[in-house]
Write a protein that binds this ligand. Structure first.
Ligand code: SF4
Length: 367
């Protein structure tokens, strides 16, 4: 199988088979999250629920926590549209890492939204405000000692890092990592190196963790290589990797061209309801068969939506898993409950978010 094709950071989120994950972990030297590590991170629900399966250099963060030293969690968003289930996974992870004591660095990737989607910087501004309001509504603390937020096009340090490390980059290297892409996308990748190294350039060497989907690993590898060669005293930026969500309608991708494959956090409640009702389940053909053989929650998008986003209570999740497998829980009933939870969450989120729009404008210096 062609790995370059699978790990395309600019492709739609593309769920991989278990064996793909295993091979990628082996091939690119990603460390698995074992039970000992998971136990240490038990308060973070993405580790607890095994949504995050791998990492690079998370040990540096633990050491910093133990020694009471600073560490950073860095991520960002391409302001090309509203939050959806995929982008919000990373955002929720950032908030969890901030709660563990990390300082958040959040980059608005407007250079990338131009290079990848052709959206001019000014046209990306409403999306940038909207996206930032979302993560603030998720609970991100934006106070200056807890978070630094920037737009790539307005942050001289990011551009400076990009220019500096570019001296070490050849076209062959980029080809090997990303395959044949436009020069603009290569440039966006190097700008992203600037985003990831920024915490250490601003605040001095410190462990930095970048929560990503596995499809973003090429950026992490490029950044680590260039950090090793240019910023010799810096920590190599680390990462955590989460499983990618499939389309909720059962298609293999959450894709904008297929609106039923996901919903955004700005959509009308009616539209979201319709999509959740149409989600793929792991249920059997009919009630009798479900009761006899049990369902397959591992294949079920209703279960996954609840696990990633909408069910806070671990005991309820575990109980529903068991009842599904035993054939005691039926899809109609479970779907109705999921719809109710999703709509309640979205309604509250949309209200909360309204209150953060001005703050987001202020933080991004957008009138
Ligand atoms: S009972 Fe629930 S978890 Fe099981 S397959 Fe049906 S919807 Fe999915």
């Amino acid at each position: 199988m062609n790995h370059k094709k699978i790990l395309d950071p600019w492709g739609s989120s593309n769920p991989l088979e278990d064996e793909d994950y295993e091979r990628i972990i082996r091939e690119f030297g990603i460390e698995e999250v074992n039970d000992v590590l998971r136990q240490k991170l038990i308060k973070n629900r993405f580790f607890r629920r095994k949504i995050i399966f791998g990492h690079r250099d998370l040990g540096d963060v633990f050491k910093a926590i133990e020694e009471n030293k600073p560490w950073a969690v860095m991520s960002g968003i391409k302001p090309s549209g509203p939050y959806h289930l995929g982008t919000s996974t990373t955002a929720l992870e950032i908030v969890e890492f901030q709660k563990m004591g990390g300082t958040v660095y959040y980059g608005i990737a407007d250079i990338e939204s131009w290079e990848d989607n052709g959206i001019p910087y000014e046209e990306a501004e409403p999306n940038a405000v909207d996206n930032l309001a979302d993560i603030l509504a998720f609970g991100l603390d934006p106070s200056p000692d807890r978070a630094y937020i920037w737009r790539q096009s307005k942050e001289p340090l990011v551009q400076d890092i990009c220019f500096k490390v570019s001296r070490l980059v050849t076209q062959n290297m980029l080809n090997a990592i990303y395959g044949e892409k436009t020069f603009g996308l290569y440039l966006a990748a190097l700008i992203q190196v600037g985003d990831i190294v920024l915490p250490q350039v601003r605040e001095g060497p410190q462990p930095t963790i970048v929560p990503v989907g596995i499809d973003q690993d090429p950026h992490i590898r490029l950044t680590r290589d260039l950090t090793r060669r240019y910023y010799k005293t810096f920590f190599l930026p680390g990462a955590t990797y989460h499983y990618l969500l499939a389309g909720i309608d059962g298609t293999d991708k959450m894709a904008k061209r297929n609106p039923n494959s996901s919903f955004t956090f700005n959509e009308s409640l009616e539209s979201i309801e319709k999509k959740v009702k149409g989600a793929l389940t792991g249920g059997r053909k009919n009630k009798n068969e479900q009761q006899e053989r049990g369902g397959e929650p591992g294949k079920c998008m209703i279960y996954k939506m609840l696990m990633y986003h909408f069910e806070d209570d671990d005991d309820i999740l575990a109980d529903e898993f068991e009842r599904c497998v035993k054939g005691e829980l039926l899809c109609g009933e479970h779907k109705a409950k999921c719809v109710e939870k999703v709509l309640k969450f979205i309604e509250q989120h949309q209200k909360k978010k309204e209150k953060f729009t001005d703050k987001a404008r202020e933080l991004l210096k957008i009138d």
